[in-house]
Design a protein around this ligand. Structure first.
Ligand SMILES: [Zn+2]
Length: 144
């Protein structure tokens, strides 16, 4: 595990949730993590290069500062789980799904490392937003 991966991963879940709540057609596509930065791509018809990065950063940091508990648990891949989560990318052979649950904020299937509490994330910042293809935008972000 890269040193900041849990912090970057959890920040990514928060940013994705905020964007998906703000923009009706926004959908998480992919995320990648380097030693001290993270990258996340979102698909939407809205030009996210025009989004207010400071406002978005502030929204993420406001969630971070709520000291929300982050729990992880397994659920069976049943019809309820299919309805609640987007499992399209998971192979059908996967019968148990690991949920990362940010207390009263977001639940997302993810198998990677995350922090135990959002307060561990520190200060979140957006380095840049760029176009990554048709209706697809890439966020590069850090936690310090
Ligand atoms: Zn994750």
């Amino acid at each position: 595990m890269k040193p900041n991966e849990g912090r970057l991963q959890t920040a990514e879940h928060i940013l994705a949730r905020i964007l998906e709540n703000m923009i009706p057609d926004a959908k998480f596509v992919i995320a990648k993590f380097e030693a001290d930065s993270g990258l996340m791509e979102i698909s939407t018809k809205e030009d996210l290069r025009k989004a207010d990065k400071i406002e978005l950063q502030n929204r993420v940091n406001a969630v971070v500062r709520k000291n929300l508990r982050v729990s992880k648990y397994l659920v069976n891949r049943d019809s309820r789980a299919e309805a609640e989560f987007d499992l399209a990318r998971l192979p059908s052979s996967v019968k148990e799904i690991r949920i990362v649950d940010i207390e009263d904020f977001d639940k997302t299937p993810c198998k990677d490392p995350h922090v135990e509490n959002t307060s561990e994330i520190g200060c979140f910042s957006i380095v840049k937003v760029e176009r990554a293809g048709k209706d697809r935008y890439r966020f590069v972000f850090r936690v310090d």
